[in-house]
Ligand binder design. Structure first.
Ligand SMILES: CSC[C@@H](O)[C@@H](O)C(=O)COP(=O)(O)O
Ligand SMILES: [Zn+2]
Length: 211
């Protein structure tokens, strides 16, 4: 599948703008985090996306921040850049959901809450307005956000993604690691990410309050 130059440039520009925005909140400490936006047509067995290069300081912008990979996470063009070490997780989320963008960040709140509920495997959230950020509109809604173990080998995590995805919850948490949030496009993925982070902080503080 060949990618039009203008589509690639648009995806890179959009990733760059979101990267700066999330970096300003301190959501990429110590080079952590990765972002991707899908480009062009989607078939579960054939798709392409722009992804952050591995190990970069995500709080600065350079001409070497992003590259294009295929559904196996392999670069589509000759490049010296290495795709994110966690590209396989993006591949699996795209394959299963057909999403348009996936954003991954490490924050203190998503780490703390993942540890609190890691053993039980889901983070319960009930009756908080920002659940509507996921397009869930029922009153006093209750959701369960999936938590996966943080294995050292990314393929081992990737193979658990299919069993963990819950249709109406656009995210997965890795225990003591961070969140992957996705959406139909970058706007939606960012809204979902912000809603998750708000809810994690809420649940964590609420836990302390009621101790
Ligand atoms: C430097 S800690 C973070 C990494 O181990 C990893 O979890 C991460 O999110 C960033 O990896 P990257 O390969 O830069 O996409
Ligand atoms: Zn990570």
């Amino acid at each position: 599948m060949s990618i039009r130059l203008e589509d690639k440039q648009r995806a890179f520009a959009e990733l760059s703008s979101i990267k700066s925005n999330l970096a300003a909140r301190g959501w990429f400490p110590a080079t952590s985090g990765n972002l991707s936006i899908r480009i062009g047509e989607f078939q579960p067995e054939a798709f392409t996306f722009a992804v952050t290069a591995s190990g970069k300081d995500k709080s600065v912008s350079t001409p070497e921040d992003f590259l294009i990979v295929n559904e196996k996470g392999q670069p589509t063009d000759a490049t010296g850049l290495k795709p994110s070490a966690e590209t396989l997780i993006h591949c699996e989320i795209y394959r299963l959901t057909g999403a348009g963008a996936i954003f991954h960040v490490h924050t203190v709140f998503n780490n703390l809450i993942s540890e609190l509920y890691g053993e039980q495997g889901t983070i319960p959230v009930k009756g908080v307005e920002l659940i509507k950020g996921f397009n869930i509109w029922e009153e006093d809604a209750e959701i369960q956000i999936p938590v996966l173990p943080n294995y050292a080998e990314i393929p081992r995590i990737a193979e658990l993604v299919e069993g963990a995805i819950v249709p109406r919850i656009p995210g997965i948490v890795l225990r003591n690691h961070g969140i992957y949030a996705w959406g139909a496009n970058a706007f939606e993925a960012k809204r979902h990410l912000e809603a998750f982070e708000f809810l994690f902080e809420y649940v964590y503080r609420s836990h302390l309050l009621h101790k």
